[in-house]
Design a protein around this ligand. Structure first.
Ligand SMILES: Nc1ncnc2c1ncn2[C@@H]1O[C@H](COP(=O)(O)OP(=O)(O)OP(=O)(O)O)[C@@H](O)[C@H]1O
Ligand SMILES: Nc1ncnc2c1ncn2[C@@H]1O[C@H](COP(=O)(O)OP(=O)(O)OP(=O)(O)O)[C@@H](O)[C@H]1O
Ligand SMILES: [Mg+2]
Ligand SMILES: [Mg+2]
Lengths: 251, 251
C-alpha cells in the first residue's frame, strides 16, 4: 500500500507546488511509482508537469463530485513512473458544492484507497487555505509535508497549521502525523533567512528536514517549460535540493 | 465617501499583504484618512501594522457574523491617519458558517458603508482564494488592485482572477473595476522577471501601474518589527516603491 503524503500550508507562495512537483519527480526517477494529485483549482502542479487543463479531461473535480472510477482520472506524464490526477477551474466551485455532501471530508480518501496499492507514493498538492479541499487531503494522508519559506509571515502561520493538523488527527484521521518541515527559498546572504532557520530548528528540531532548498531561479523557470526542475536543469542548486530531499526520505 | 479598494489575487505569496500594508501607510502619511480591513484568517496585515490578534478584541469575524457596530471593530495604529479592522483565527470558520447566511455576499459591504464617509480610502487585504471572504471584498469594493509576482505561476492565475471579477461585476457589483495590476518582487537580474513584465504590459497595457516594486529584503524584514517598511526603513528601495505607488494613485 503506497504512502499517502499531502503537501500543505495555508500560507501562500511558500513552495507547496514546487515541492510536490520536484519531490514527485525525484522519487519517480529513484524507481518509485508515484501518483501526484493536484487539489488546487489554480492547477499549477498539473502545469508543472506539462499537463494543461483542457476541458473534458476528468480530474480531481470529477473525483470529488461524481461517481467516476478513480483510474479514469489518472493521466501519464513525460516521466514513466509519475502519474497525475489533474485539477481544473471547476474545482473552485467544489468547496461550496461539497458543503452539503454526506461524509464530505472522506471523499478523497475513499477515492484514493482504490488505487493506493499501485503506487509507492501518492503526493497531494494543496491550495493555500484550510478549507474543505485541504481538509480532504489531511484526512486522506498518512503524513503532512510542510514547506516553509524562510520569511517572517510564514513563521507566523506555522502555529495555525499545526493546530489544524492536531484537530484533524483527533476528530477525523488518528493516524495523521507530520512527515517533516521543509525550509524553502533559503538565501544565505540575508539575516532573515538565517534567523527563521534557527527559530524553526529550535522549536521543531527533529521534525525539520536536514535538506534545505535554496532560492534558485531555475526552480521558477522550469514550470514555464512544463517540466520539473530536475528534468529542466538537473545540475541546478534547486534540483539538487529536491534530489537530496528524496534521498533523505527514502533513507 | 471614501474609495473602497480590495487587494486580491488567489495566487498565494504574490505580495497582497505587503501591498495593502505599505500602500495604506503611504497614503496615510500623504494626509489621507485610511482604514485597512484584514480579511485573511492568517492576520498578516494586522501583524504588519503591529496589532497582535489578542483574543477578545473584535474584528472582521465579529463584523461578518454578528450585529456588532462597525465602529466597535475599528482600532488605531502607530500611524495617526491609519485605522485597522483586525482579523483573527476564528475567521477560518467564517467561510463555512456564512454559507447559509442570507445575502451572504453583501455582509462586508453593508458593514463598511456605515463608516465609509469617515475615510478617504478603505483598503481590504484578501486571503489567497476565491471563496466567500474574497467574494465579500469584491462586492464591497469599487476597484480591485491586483499584485502580481514576476513569476510564471502568477501569470497563469491572472486569467482566472479576471474571469471571477467579470462574473462579480455582472451578478453582484456592476460598479466593480480593476484599479490596476501591480508588478511585485521584480528582480532585474533575471530573465523571467523581465519576460513577465513584458507579457503583462503587452496584454494589459493601460491597466498596469507604471510603478514596479523591486524584490527588497527590507520589505520582508519590516513585519517582524510590526511596522510598514515605509516606517521601518523609509529610504529602502521597497519603501520607495510603495511611496511612488501612492503618488501615482493620488495623481
Ligand atoms: N526555492 C525556490 N527558489 C526560487 N523560486 C522558487 C522556489 N520555490 C518556489 N519558487 C517560486 O516561487 C513561487 C511560489 O512557489 P509555489 O507556487 O510553489 O508556492 P505555493 O505554496 O504552491 O503557492 P500557492 O500558495 O499559490 O499554492 C513560484 O513562482 C515558484 O516558481
Ligand atoms: N517586493 C518584495 N521583496 C521581497 N520580499 C517581499 C516583497 N513583497 C513581499 N515580500 C515577502 O514575500 C512574502 C509574500 O508576501 P505577502 O505575504 O505580502 O504575499 P501575500 O500575497 O499576501 O501572501 P498570501 O497569499 O499568503 O496572503 C512575505 O514573506 C513578504 O514579506
Ligand atoms: Mg501551489
Ligand atoms: Mg497575505
Amino acid at each position: 500500500m503506497g504512502k499517502i503524503l499531502c503537501v500543505a500550508n495555508q500560507k501562500g507562495g511558500v513552495g507547496k507546488t514546487t515541492t510536490a512537483v520536484n519531490l514527485a519527480a525525484s522519487l519517480a526517477i529513484s524507481d518509485q511509482r508515484v501518483l501526484m494529485v493536484d487539489l488546487d483549482p489554480q492547477a499549477n502542479a498539473s502545469a508543472g508537469v506539462g499537463v494543461r487543463g483542457q476541458d473534458g479531461i476528468p480530474g480531481t473535480y470529477e473525483l470529488l463530485t461524481s461517481s467516476i472510477e478513480t483510474v479514469k482520472t489518472i493521466h501519464t506524464t513525460e516521466l514513466e513512473n509519475l502519474h497525475l490526477i489533474p485539477s481544473g477551474r471547476d474545482l473552485v466551485g467544489a468547496q461550496v458544492e461539497l458543503v452539503q455532501a454526506p461524509r464530505r471530508e472522506y471523499l478523497l480518501k475513499n477515492a484514493l484507497v482504490k488505487v493506493a496499492d499501485r503506487y509507492d507514493y501518492i503526493l497531494i498538492d494543496c491550495p493555500p487555505s484550510l478549507g474543505l479541499l485541504t481538509l480532504n487531503a489531511l484526512v486522506a494522508a498518512q503524513t503532512v509535508l510542510i514547506p516553509m519559506q524562510c520569511e517572517y509571515y510564514a513563521l507566523e502561520g506555522l502555529g495555525q497549521l499545526l493546530h489544524t493538523i492536531q484537530r484533524v488527527k483527533r476528530k477525523l484521521n488518528p493516524g495523521l502525523d507530520v512527515e517533516g518541515i521543509l525550509l524553502t527559498m533559503f538565501d544565505g546572504r540575508n539575516n532573515l533567512s538565517r534567523q527563521v532557520v534557527a527559530e524553526v530548528s529550535k522549536h521543531f528540531g527533529p521534525k525539520v528536514f536536514k535538506t534545505i532548498i535554496p532560492r534558485n531561479v531555475r526552480l521558477s523557470e522550469a514550470p514555464s517549460h512544463g517540466q520539473p526542475a530536475i528534468i529542466y536543469d538537473p545540475r541546478s542548486a534547486g534540483a539538487q535540493g529536491y534530489l537530496g530531499l528524496a534521498k533523505e526520505m527514502l533513507g
